[in-house]
Write a protein that binds this ligand. Structure first.
Ligand code: B12
Length: 498
């Protein structure tokens, strides 16, 4: 059985890093980890080919070669997924679909032969067994969560690692918290399920053996969901692993209570972590109460961010406007918070209600659901009727984004961060591509770009005050260029739509 694994294309979005990747000549930020894992679950003797449309084109020859196409994706890849499915149909190739997009909206895709939903560890074996018997059902789904200690290591051989800026691995799934707008607990459960430290080391070894020396993103919903296991098993193993090798920088996602545990932060830094994404959402206590973000309440959020930065972890953050409780003053307050926090990569979106969340149910009961989520968190759309009124919300959102991503304020924030940040233990290696990126950025941003004044200002400040962060300053400048382009693009798209 010849299997074609297909990963749809992302539109240009905040997290696509499209305009930043050009500087380092990479095609995509991260690999399609779900499909690489599926690849490892399929019978070894089946020939497999993976086409990540973010990296390469899907050809008619690929379609003609295969017996089945396995497609994955997230909501943001919906359009590309539809196109791929249509091409498969035209080529008479049966499609099997799974992953987050299809698990949440399989009823929107008519031309898929089989949906293998939820976690494939649970649903793929019965599907494969039925397929062999010749009577596979249309839908396989389950309310149960798997034990990820049985999840195989991703089949790295299916991709060309050089095309990606970072690799990813997954240590745990699930989150102990219960935020009203988040579908992680519906999709992956409350009790964090973890792989063993040995599994993670084996996965890292797999990457290292394939000569990967770049950054690795731990794609956990909340990396610190089980602090005991981290401190006693995984982090000591990672610290040892880094000692034995050329060091590899790690990043991940966690909740703000990380700031309450200096020992944990210290161990994470020792283990090679340099960046952590945190859902900050809002500085407004009432809005935090509204969305049940307990872990962010009753604390000095700004100080918590600083504590994490001072420990050697860069904080990237998610913010939301459009809570029921929000008044038009929220935009200024968010700007103030973001600027003071030194969170350079600040992803701000409108409150959305993804299917499967408690917010979705509440909005439905209140008759305020209007659409499905676009999956693009900075396109200024929402699938709910906001209390503030959609026009006021969009206008405030637009001015907030223009403010924080203007060269003046973006670089000001980067400087605030560089002042606070403690040097991490492990540093991203300066390879030839990165050196070229410095050169390209000094031309693109330092000569042609409208941010040229701020660009040279931050580089000279860093050179004289914190020279160890020069490469980081250039990276932040490149990210800023990407975020600004995305904001401009989304603004134009919004104007065109209205
Ligand atoms: C890494 C990640 C990203 C990366 C994507 C990198 C990449 N190339 O895939 C980045 C940071 C870019 C990203 C961005 C976004 N993400 Co994201 N992301 C994740 C995260 C944390 C991990 C995904 C992962 O690699 N998991 C590990 C693999 C092994 O698991 P998996 O992909 O789920 O695959 C399993 C099953 O789903 C299934 N499966 C998967 N594919 C297939 C295919 C077939 C055929 C079959 C049978 C089974 C199957 O089997 C696998 C093994 O169990 C998840 C949360 C999570 N826990 O999954 C969110 C998640 C996937 N993201 C989500 C969203 C919404 C986004 C955003 C759209 C918005 C946002 N939250 O920021 C953005 C937009 C993307 C963009 N370009 O702008 C949602 C998806 C919701 C949905 N219904 O689609 C999730 C679930 C988080 C959440 N609750 O919000 N994301």
């Amino acid at each position: 059985m010849k299997i074609l694994l297909l990963y749809p294309e992302y539109p240009a979005t905040f997290w696509s890093f499209k305009y930043a990747l050009r500087f380092i000549r990479k095609k995509a930020a991260l690999p399609p980890l779900g499909l690489l894992t599926i690849g490892a679950m399929l019978p070894e003797e089946w020939p497999k080919k993976l086409v990540d449309l973010n990296v390469t084109k899907l050809t008619d020859r690929d379609l003609a070669w295969a017996d089945y196409a396995f497609i994955s994706g997230m909501v943001v890849q919906r359009e590309s997924a539809r196109e791929i499915i249509a091409r498969c149909k035209a080529a008479n190739l049966k499609v099997i679909a799974g992953g987050a997009l299809f698990t949440s909206e399989y009823d929107q895709f008519q031309d898929v032969a089989h949906f293998v939903l939820n976690e494939a560890e649970k649903t793929l074996p019965p599907f494969l067994a039925d397929l062999e018997k010749g009577f596979a059902r249309h839908i396989y789904k389950t309310p149960e969560f798997c034990d990820i200690r049985s999840t195989p290591a991703p089949l790295w051989d299916l991709i060309d690692l050089k095309e990606y800026a970072s690799m990813s691995i997954q240590f745990s799934r699930g989150c102990p918290f219960n935020c009203e707008f988040c579908n992680v607990t519906t999709l992956f459960g409350h009790r964090p399920r973890m792989k063993t430290a040995e599994q993670i080391i084996a996965e890292l070894d797999g990457l290292y053996d394939k000569k990967w020396r770049g950054p690795v993103f731990f794609v956990d919903d909340n990396f610190i969901g089980n602090k005991g296991y981290l401190k006693n098993h995984l982090l000591p193993a990672l610290i040892q692993w880094q000692k034995d090798r050329k060091e590899i920088p790690f990043s991940t996602e966690a909740s703000i209570n990380l700031a309450d545990d200096p020992a944990l932060m210290e161990m994470m830094v020792q283990a090679g972590f340099d960046t952590v994404f945190i859902g900050i959402e809002t500085p407004d206590e009432e809005s935090l109460a509204e969305c049940n973000k307990q872990q962010n309440k009753n604390r000095d959020l700004l100080e918590s961010v600083k504590q994490i930065q001072r420990s050697g972890l860069q904080v990237t953050g998610g913010f939301i406007v459009g809570f029921d409780n929000d008044t038009p003053s929220i935009f200024e307050r968010q700007i103030d918070f973001i600027q003071k926090s030194g969170i350079v990569t600040a992803m701000v979106g409108l409150l959305n209600a993804p299917a499967g969340t408690r917010l979705y149910e509440r909005m439905r009961e209140e008759g305020r659901l209007i659409d499905s989520v676009s999956g693009d968190n900075v396109d200024g759309t929402t699938n709910i009727l906001p209390r503030m009124g959609i026009d006021a919300l969009r206008e405030g959102y637009g001015s907030l984004m223009r403010h924080i991503y203007s060269p003046e304020h973006y670089y000001e924030r980067a400087l605030t961060f560089l002042r606070e940040y403690k040097r991490p233990k492990v540093r991203t290696p300066l390879d030839f591509q990165r050196l070229l990126a410095v050169l390209r950025s000094s031309i693109r941003l330092g000569i042609i770009g409208k941010e040229r004044f701020q660009y040279w200002k931050i580089l000279s400040w860093t050179f004289f005050h914190r020279p160890q962060f020069l490469a980081l300053a250039v990276t932040l400048a490149i990210y800023g260029h990407h975020f600004r382009k995305i904001c401009e693009l989304k603004m134009t798209q919004r104007v065109a739509k209205s």
